[in-house]
Design a protein around this ligand. Sequence first.
Ligand SMILES: Nc1ncnc2c1ncn2[C@@H]1O[C@H](COP(=O)(O)OP(=O)(O)OP(=O)(O)O)[C@@H](O)[C@H]1O
Length: 251
Amino acid sequence: MTDHPALALEGVGLRIGGARILDGVDLAVPSGELLGVIGPNGAGKTTLFNVVSGLIAPTAGRVRLNGDDVTRMPVHRRAVAGLGRTFQTSSLFGALTVLENVRQAAQARLGGASSVLRRPRGADAATTRAREALEEVGLAHRAGQQASGLAHGEKRKVEIAMLIAAEPSVILLDEPMAGVGSGDVPAITEVIRQLHRGGRTVLMVEHHMEVVLGLATRVAVMHHGELLAAGTPEDVMANPTVQQAYLGEAV
Ligand SMILES: Nc1ncnc2c1ncn2[C@@H]1O[C@H](COP(=O)(O)OP(=O)(O)OP(=O)(O)O)[C@@H](O)[C@H]1O
């Protein structure tokens, strides 16, 4: 298994009507990489994440998770197989507490029945895992608070704690800095850095270039549904084709 990339896209294409939304995307993401996915608006970045997570079926090519072909696997089974993702907008249950939100994610991973049958004294396994995940993102002190009352930046951290609790092997972060005030950017950057340091494989779509260049071990550039370039942040930013794609856009 270790010979396989954590995630591989092989000739992935998506046509909707006459439009080519994704075209021949080949990409191998080795285990432990933090890949920044960038590109101008409408380049196909979110669509690519939707294909990887199973929300959209590609019309060509394959998606492999740790070597296994998951192209036709539904979203929930892909999650169980080890794929986790966040969305541009918050996916928290506002009426639940922070701990309850993270606990749901841990419970989904552990499975309901076993934890009911074998409930450790005091706190069950899902609660313990949820508390550890909140600790990891520095939000243990918010555990009992209702999620709707959190600041936006804290909600982002709770979403990352939910990912940690679900223990995915590959994580997709879709614009983690979207809507985040500049004051919260460094703290969330640090949480993502920690997430990656734990040995997890992370793909991150992000427009905030400072964040991408500061975190990514490799950068992939999408343009008109194609993978234009992939390489170290330095190489990619020095690539004339990439600079051309961004003409008229803020890089
Ligand atoms: N279901 C759909 N039907 C038709 N066109 C679609 C559909 N989904 C996406 N598109 C088109 O595909 C292209 C890629 O969209 P996508 O949202 O993936 O781009 P993006 O790179 O994530 O953009 P942004 O940075 O603005 O979020 C866009 O031109 C979009 O209008």
